[in-house]
Design a binder for this molecule. Structure first.
Ligand SMILES: Cc1cc2nc3c(=O)[nH]c(=O)nc-3n(C[C@H](O)[C@H](O)[C@H](O)COP(=O)(O)OP(=O)(O)OC[C@H]3O[C@@H](n4cnc5c(N)ncnc54)[C@H](O)[C@@H]3O)c2cc1C
Ligand code: FES
Length: 257
């Protein structure tokens, strides 16, 4: 069912990313998403970056609609459907989180919940440049050990976050890896964790329309990302020919992922 909410807070997280907070008491679990409707514009799936009664979505400027969401002021009324989809299992004790760019948005509430439950968590965050690192301080404040990599070397190690992941997995035992980001990054995370038998859980994105498992817009192999995901054990999706390679455009055409 759709509800109408008002934006009560707007936080600029990075030059290309803004968090909008709104009050919605419906229960939500870390990993779930909502369908955010901007009246007069479009409806987009957005992960919940905050899952409590004061919810939040963290939006990165991509195309026209997301860019317009970034500019919405406090007081704007939005339609919200959901929350939908699968969530992270918070029971593992030693967690490695791997966030690429805005992918960290969906991982942050899961990290906070797991740390509050007594798990330990190392967060490896990747971004193009220091100013685009998302939720580094939020995760540190929650008790995570945070390491970073930037493409240009302006913070942490220069290069891709997957280089850090290789070393972290070699040096420390983890019960699970949670990851969200570009699929090529998640593929590398799966490849690094496989030989060490550490299970990986991925949060994936596909174009969505109904979010109810009915329209097929979000197909990923035999799955509908809106109901079977977006949080998947990697073993279910990593060997699918589409993963890391193709996705469907709004027209239904297959395009590079
Ligand atoms: C379950 C789920 C959760 C999501 N959570 C978030 C979130 O928390 N924050 C957020 O900012 N977005 C999130 N998205 C993506 C979001 O729904 C939109 O796809 C994105 O905002 C772009 O929409 P647009 O209409 O502005 O751009 P479009 O007009 O759809 O795209 C403009 C350009 O950006 C490219 N593009 C679109 N989406 C992506 C992408 N995800 N990665 C790389 N390139 C892309 C397109 O190929 C195109 O070249 C999520 C998607 C799903 C399915
Ligand atoms: S968005 Fe319609 S089936 Fe998933």
């Amino acid at each position: 069912m759709r509800t109408v909410v008002s934006v009560v807070e707007r936080v600029v997280e990075t030059p290309s990313t803004v968090t909008l907070r709104f009050d919605d008491p419906r229960p939500a679990r870390p990993g779930q998403f909502v369908m955010l409707w901007v009246p007069g514009d479009d409806e987009l799936p957005m992960s919940l970056a905050y899952v409590g009664a004061r919810k939040g979505v963290t939006v990165k400027a991509m195309g026209g609609t997301s860019r317009r969401i970034l500019d919405l002021p406090v007081g704007t009324r939005l339609g919200v459907r959901g929350p939908y989809g699968t969530s992270f299992d918070l029971s593992p004790r030693r967690i490695l989180l791997v966030g690429g760019g805005s992918g960290t948005a969906v991982l942050a509430p899961a990290a906070e919940a797991a740390l509050a439950n007594g798990s330990t968590l190392t967060a490896a965050l990747g971004a193009t440049t220091k100013k685009e690192l998302l939720f580094e301080e939020r995760l540190r404040s929650a008790g995570a050990t945070v390491v970073v990599a930037t493409d240009d070397g302006t913070a942490g190690e220069r290069g891709y976050v997957t280089g850090l992941v290789e070393r972290l997995l070699a040096d420390s035992p983890f019960d699970v890896v949670w990851t969200c980001g570009p699929e090529v990054m998640m593929q590398k995370v799966v490849a690094a964790a496989g030989p060490r038998s550490v299970p990986v859980v991925c949060s994936v994105e596909r174009h969505m329309k109904c979010a109810l498992g009915m329209c097929d817009a979000c197909a990923l192999g035999p799955y509908h990302v809106c109901v079977d995901g977006p949080v998947f054990p990697a073993e279910r999706i990593a060997s699918l020919p589409e993963f890391g390679r193709t996705k469907r455009a709004p027209s239904g055409r297959s395009v590079p992922a």
